[in-house]
Write a protein that binds this ligand. Structure first.
Ligand SMILES: [Fe+2]
Length: 205
C-alpha cells in the first residue's frame, strides 16, 4: 500500500524521475498510487481505460501490452469516455481494434507510459516460462494531474449537454469553452455525488 512510507517514497521517486517529461504537458501531479500485478501465465488483463495517467513497469518475467491512443475516437468514442468518467461504465472491446494498437513485448526493466483514458490490455503467455521462473511481476504507477482533473470536469459537463441533444467539443478542442465548462462540470458532479450520498472516485471531477 502507498500508505507504507517506504513504498510511498519509492513511488514518489519514480514520479520525480518522470516529472521533467510529464510536467511540461501536464503540471500539478497529485495522488500517486501504485499497483503490483503478480500473474502466473497464461493470464490476461482485459481491455479497459483508467482515469489516471499510468507509468507501467515490468519487473520480472515477460508481458505483452497493447496500448491505444486516447484520442482514437473509433476505439473510444466521446460518449464512451464520458460514460466512464462520469458513470464508471467500462469501454467495450472489439477484436477489430487490435490492429489500431501499439504492441509492446516487455521484459524486466521495460516501462510504458500512457496518459489517462488510453485503452490498454495485457497478456502473459507461457513461452518464456522455465522451471523456477514462471511469474510475471509488474508495477503500475498511477497519478492525476491538473490536466486529468480539468478534463474530467469538462466531461462531466459535456455529458449533460449531450443529454440535452447537443454535440459538445471534446476536452482540449476548445480551450475557451473548456474554461467555462470545467467549473460548471465540477459543480454539477459535486452536486450529483452529494445527492446520491456516494463517494466519488478520486479524480472524477
Ligand atoms: Fe489499467
Amino acid at each position: 500500500m502507498q500508505t507504507d512510507p517506504r513504498y510511498a517514497a519509492a513511488l514518489q521517486r519514480i514520479v520525480d524521475d518522470l516529472r521533467p517529461v510529464i510536467e511540461p504537458e501536464q503540471p500539478g501531479i497529485f495522488l500517486v498510487t501504485g499497483f503490483i500485478f503478480i500473474s502466473a501465465p497464461p493470464s490476461v488483463t482485459p481491455f479497459h481505460i483508467d482515469r489516471e495517467n499510468n507509468f507501467w513497469l515490468q519487473l520480472r518475467g515477460r508481458k505483452t501490452m497493447n496500448v491505444w491512443d486516447n484520442g482514437d475516437r473509433e476505439v473510444v468514442p466521446a460518449t464512451v469516455v464520458e460514460d466512464f468518467i462520469a458513470g464508471g461504465v467500462q469501454v467495450p472491446y472489439q477484436e477489430a481494434f487490435r490492429a489500431r494498437s501499439r504492441e509492446f513485448q516487455t521484459g524486466p526493466g521495460d516501462g510504458v507510459y500512457f496518459p489517462s483514458t488510453s485503452p490498454h490490455m495485457t497478456r502473459t503467455d507461457t513461452r518464456w516460462v522455465t522451471p523456477g521462473d514462471g511469474v510475471s511481476v509488474s508495477l503500475g504507477v498511477n497519478f492525476y494531474t491538473s490536466v486529468t482533473r480539468r478534463t474530467a470536469r469538462v466531461h462531466q459537463f459535456n455529458r449533460i449537454l449531450r443529454r440535452l441533444g447537443m454535440t459538445p467539443s471534446f476536452p482540449g478542442q476548445s480551450p475557451a469553452a473548456d474554461s467555462i465548462k470545467a467549473p460548471m462540470g465540477r459543480w454539477l458532479a459535486a452536486a450529483r455525488y452529494r445527492r446520491l450520498g456516494a463517494t466519488p472516485p478520486p479524480g472524477a471531477y
